[in-house]
Design a protein around this ligand. Sequence first.
Ligand code: ADP
Ligand code: MG
Length: 256
Amino acid sequence: MDKRPHILQTTELCVTATSRALVRDVSLTIAEHQVFGLIGPSGAGKSTLLRALNRLTDLVPGLKVTGDVQLHGQSIFKSGMDANALRARVGMLFQQPVVFPASIVDNVLFGARRLQSLSKSAQTELAESALQEAALWSEVKDRLKTPAAKLSVGQQQRLCLARTLATKPEVILMDEPTSALDPRSTEAIEALIKRLKSRHTIVLVTHNLRQARNVADHLAFIGVRDGVGQLLCSGSVDSVLGRTDVAEVDEYVCCQ
Ligand SMILES: Nc1ncnc2c1ncn2[C@@H]1O[C@H](COP(=O)(O)OP(=O)(O)O)[C@@H](O)[C@H]1O
Ligand SMILES: [Mg+2]
C-alpha cells in the first residue's frame, strides 16, 4: 500500500460524447512523486481520460465530463478554478511534439509568459533551468534564437517538455510521449521521466509494456466493456500485468 500523499483523485469520472459514453466510472488515486502508468488497447479511452485530468476536455465541443477530479483535495471543476492556471499546474506532453513556428527560447517561455510577466533576466534564468531539467540545455545553449523546427523530433519532444516544465507543473500528463521517437530518443525520455518524479508526479499513457516495466511505479489498465472505456484493474506493475484472470488484460499482455 502506497503511503505517499495523494495529489490527484478521480471519483466516478465519466466522459460522454454527444452520441455515446467514452469513459465510465473511473475512480483512481494517484500518489505524489510517482510515475502512474495507464495502459490498455487503442480506443479504450486513455487519452480522453488523461485530458479530463487538466480539463483539456473542455476544449472539445460535445464532450461532457461528470464525476470529479480533485487536485490536492480540491475539485478542478469548482467555480473560480482558472483552466489555464490548472493546466500550468497539471501540464501535458503529447504523442507528437507540438513546436510553434518560433525560436527555441520563445517556445520554452511560451506558456510561462502567458501566466506572468517576467523580467528579461528572469526569462533567461527560467529558460535555462527548464532546458536543463529537460536535458536539452547542452545541445541548444549556443543557438537559443534559432527556429525550434530545426531540432530533431527527439529534441523537439524534450523542448515541449521544457515548455511544460517552465510553468512549474506539479503533475505532468504524458500521452504516449515516445511513440514518435527512435529508440535512442525514447531512452532519453525514459531516463528523464525517472528523474522528473523527484520533483513532479507523472501520469504516463504508454502502449509499451517494456516502458511500463521500466518507468512506472503503479499501473492502471483501461479496457473496453459494453463499448465503454473502464478501469479494469490497478496496482503494482507486476500485479496488473499478472492479472490473467481479467480477460482483457490477458489478451493485451499476450499480444504485445
Ligand atoms: N471528441 C470525440 N467525440 C466522439 N468520440 C471520441 C472523441 N474523442 C475520442 N473519441 C472516441 O473515444 C474512444 C476513445 O478514444 P481515445 O481516448 O483516443 O482512446 P485511446 O487513447 O485509449 O486510444 C475512441 O473510440 C474514439 O474514437
Ligand atoms: Mg490515445
